[in-house]
Ligand binder design. Structure first.
Ligand SMILES: Cc1cc2nc3c(=O)[nH]c(=O)nc-3n(C[C@H](O)[C@H](O)[C@H](O)COP(=O)(O)O)c2cc1C
Length: 345
């Protein structure tokens, strides 16, 4: 466990999670079940929650929003909480509440372009307000002994990708932030949907790499469009870490393939992962969690393998009708493995 009561405040602030490989925050996707799954695939990866707004943490059902599976708390699975907001006092209050839930890091969302988020004056539009972000980060840091970090874009709209980003980084560095997750494309706040904003503004890894080189005191984690094992490994030396979003969700074994050279750990097998998820599903469904809420995150496990279609179809279509814990996961995984060995024979 990273958190240690015997440490001084300064030592705790200095205790940084390993950020060489992380899974991006994704609303509606990276919930607690998804994180449990990703932890089985890549036990050393840093996992992010979905964004939770500071107001939701303050006024909402805290255990539902912030709680983690008991076995993940027990195993000290490294999870970063991502908050959304732009009011320093409310963010600090949310951080104080979150301190009880075992997160290894608190992150502020300065990258999300959705309208709903803009009207609340947070997310990517805050890139135009570096002084306010600095104030938020200072308030958050004062409310916790965990590191506080920022996730942002390389710019918004017509902001200059060189000077504008430098100015933003200066401001957060001045507030004591030493880690930034950089989605290496701009957000265009007018006219594009959030989904289009993840694909259409061009990626600029060179700008991200220049930032990493010019700011040795800032850990720059590269994010955006990383979906190829060799290309991602080629980028690893230039950054403090790499963060994967959609590829980690859709093709989860890419995490295992990256974790193996990055952390020097053997890759788990699909069957091991599926079996552990079936045990997890036994426990959660006994508490009333629908099986589908767990299996929906696992549909990509056999991607690219014989049996991939069988896996997706049975898990996708039958999970809602089953009431026997994780049995479906075991059955379909065994069928996929049998199919693969028949083909190999
Ligand atoms: C379904 C979905 C939900 C997302 N939700 C968030 C979010 O809550 N907070 C955030 O900072 N980014 C969010 N993102 C953006 C991702 O964290 C990431 O920056 C982006 O997808 C680019 O990385 P990728 O190309 O590896 O997917 C979301 C992306 C997706 C696909």
């Amino acid at each position: 466990m990273l958190y240690n009561h015997a440490m001084t405040d300064t030592e705790r602030h200095m205790t940084q999670p390993d950020r060489r490989l992380s899974v991006a925050p994704m609303m509606d996707w990276t919930d607690r079940h998804c994180r449990h799954f990703h932890h089985l695939v890549a036990p050393d990866a840093l996992l992010f929650t979905e964004m939770v707004t500071a107001d939701a943490v303050i006024h909402g059902d805290r255990d539902r929003l912030l709680g983690q599976p008991p076995e993940d708390v027990e195993a000290a699975v490294p999870v970063a909480l991502q908050l959304g907001g732009s009011d320093p006092a409310r963010l600090a209050e949310a951080v104080r509440i979150a301190n009880e839930y075992g997160y290894v890091e608190i992150n502020l969302n300065v990258g999300c372009p959705s309208d709903r988020v803009q009207s609340g004056r947070f997310g990517a539009c805050l890139m135009a307000e570096p002084a306010l972000v600095a104030e938020c980060m200072a308030a958050m840091a004062a409310a916790t002994d965990r590191p506080v970090t920022v996730k942002c874009r390389i710019g918004i709209d017509d902001m200059d990708e060189e000077e504008g980003l430098d100015r933003f980084i200066d401001a957060i560095e001045g507030a004591g932030v030493s880690t930034v997750y950089l989605h290496a494309r701009k957000a265009w706040l007018q006219g594009l949907s959030p989904k289009e904003n993840r694909d259409i503004p061009p990626l600029n890894y060179d700008r991200a790499a220049r930032l990493a080189t010019m700011r040795p005191a800032m850990q720059v984690i590269l994010n955006g469009g990383l979906d190829d094992i060799d290309a991602t490994l080629g980028l690893v030396p230039g950054f403090a870490g790499v963060m994967l979003g959609r590829a980690a969700y859709r093709t989860p074994m890419i995490l295992a393939a990256l974790a193996s050279p990055i952390f020097g750990r053997a890759q788990p097998t699909r069957l091991d992962i599926a079996s552990a998820m079936a045990d997890y599903a036994d426990r959660r469904t006994a508490e009333g969690v629908p099986l589908h809420a767990i299996t929906r995150h696992m549909l990509g496990l056999y991607h690219g393998q014989r049996g991939a279609r069988l896996w997706r179809r049975h898990l996708g279509e039958e999970a809602r009708d089953r009431s026997d814990g994780g049995a479906l996961i075991r059955e379909v995984a065994e069928a996929c493995e049998a199919m693969a060995s028949r083909m190999a024979a």
